[in-house]
Design a protein around this ligand. Structure first.
Ligand code: 13P
Ligand code: SF4
Length: 352
């Protein structure tokens, strides 16, 4: 880390005091995390976004969909800043508003719309969250996906769920945690007419999984799990539920970033973990626990390139601009979109 940039970030943050609130997702670089007032997984950061109402500006060190959610959940006097506007998420980009409206039309044509509840992963645009809210669905994150599905099929009375946009989180939760089978799940491919599914398949499915995935977690394979078990005796394989089903089946434990951290932190000295999630987090855990063996599940998988776009030059620029009274890279969600997106986010925050 560049000491000059760190000193400038510290000076700007000190000058701003309580007027700025910096949130940092666990996948951020170490040097950026050092300036976060709160770090967390997607759920914790959504809960925390509104925790400091006196802050005029929230600097979100994460990706675009997280900053949008923060804008939706915070007060009208608060501005949300994303230090680099190019910090998007390839998974969120895999479901556009037009494609999702088309999918709903396909459900209507199949006579399957009425019983379908949308459950959308936090990793989606505000427009997808608004679609979810308009159809009385809920948002979920990797730490509450089971509770979201229990609610959709239980209290909400759904016959089936349209799960957007991560097919792996949807499948891992439905099969791994709700006891469904592969036969209960179909994959809707937005690039194909009718999603590539017959109307009967849409009607009979319990889980309609959107064909989206994370470009980082999707690269872990069952072979990576087998290889690490052979290489590191007694290793506990700990993966994120954005991994493919066969990776999760080969792992010992699965959960959100916050869960992964809690497992490693609580383990006794001498424990060995192979972790299948973003590399910044795995490296940070390895540094924090020199008394434990912590390896990355697959050495050929790289950082999340968009998470890594938030770097010290961008953070310093955002903070120094705020200290001069200037807002840069503000993320604002259209008020109509925000109203329905907020409904879906509030439903998530109210999950039992
Ligand atoms: P969580 O922090 O909720 O586990 O999410 C992982 C992720 O991919 C965020 O982009
Ligand atoms: Fe998106 Fe995957 Fe990066 Fe998370 S890790 S921001 S899901 S591309």
């Amino acid at each position: 880390a560049d000491p000059d940039l760190a000193a400038r970030a510290a000076a700007a943050k000190a000058a701003l005091g309580d007027r700025v609130f910096v949130l940092g997702h666990h996948y951020q670089r170490d040097e950026v995390i050092a300036f976060a007032d709160v770090t967390g997984d997607s759920f914790k950061l959504a809960q925390q976004a509104a925790a400091r109402p006196q802050a005029e500006a929230i600097v979100f060190c994460g990706v675009h969909f997280m900053a949008e959610s923060a804008d939706i959940l915070t007060g009208p006097h608060q501005r949300v800043v994303l230090p680099d506007l190019a910090a998007g998420c390839s998974m969120a980009d895999m479901a556009t508003a037009e494609q999702v409206e088309q999918a709903f039309d396909d459900l209507l044509d199949a006579g399957a719309a009425a019983g379908t509840v949308p459950v959308s992963y936090m990793n989606s645009s505000a427009a997808i969250k608004a679609f979810t809210g308009r159809h009385d669905g809920t948002i979920c994150t990797s730490s509450n996906a089971k509770r979201a599905l229990d609610w959709a099929f239980g209290e909400r009375g759904g016959e089936r769920v349209l799960f957007l946009p991560d097919q792996h989180l949807g499948r891992n939760t439905a099969i791994g945690e709700l006891g469904m089978t592969e036969d209960d799940c179909v994959v809707y491919d937005p690039r194909r007419p009718g999603g590539g599914l017959a109307p009967r398949q849409l009607r009979e499915a319990k889980m309609i999984l959107w064909r989206g995935h994370c470009s980082v977690h999707g690269r872990f394979t069952r072979a990576s799990v087998d290889e690490v078990r052979a290489r590191v005796p007694g290793v506990t394989v700990l993966v994120h539920p954005e991994c493919q089903r066969e990776v999760v089946l080969g792992a010992d434990l699965v959960g959100s970033t916050e869960y992964i951290i809690s497992v490693v932190d609580a383990a006794p000295p001498g424990s060995a973990f192979a972790i299948g999630t973003e590399l910044n987090l795995v490296r940070r855990l390895a540094t924090r626990h020199p008394d434990k063996t912590i390896v990355f599940l697959d050495r050929t998988v790289c950082f999340c390139s968009t998470m890594n776009r938030i770097d010290m030059p961008h953070l310093v620029w955002a903070l120094e601009s705020l200290a001069r009274g200037e807002i840069v890279n503000q993320i604002t969600v259209d008020p109509d979109v925000a109203t329905y997106a907020r409904k879906a986010l509030d439903q998530m925050l109210a999950l039992p």
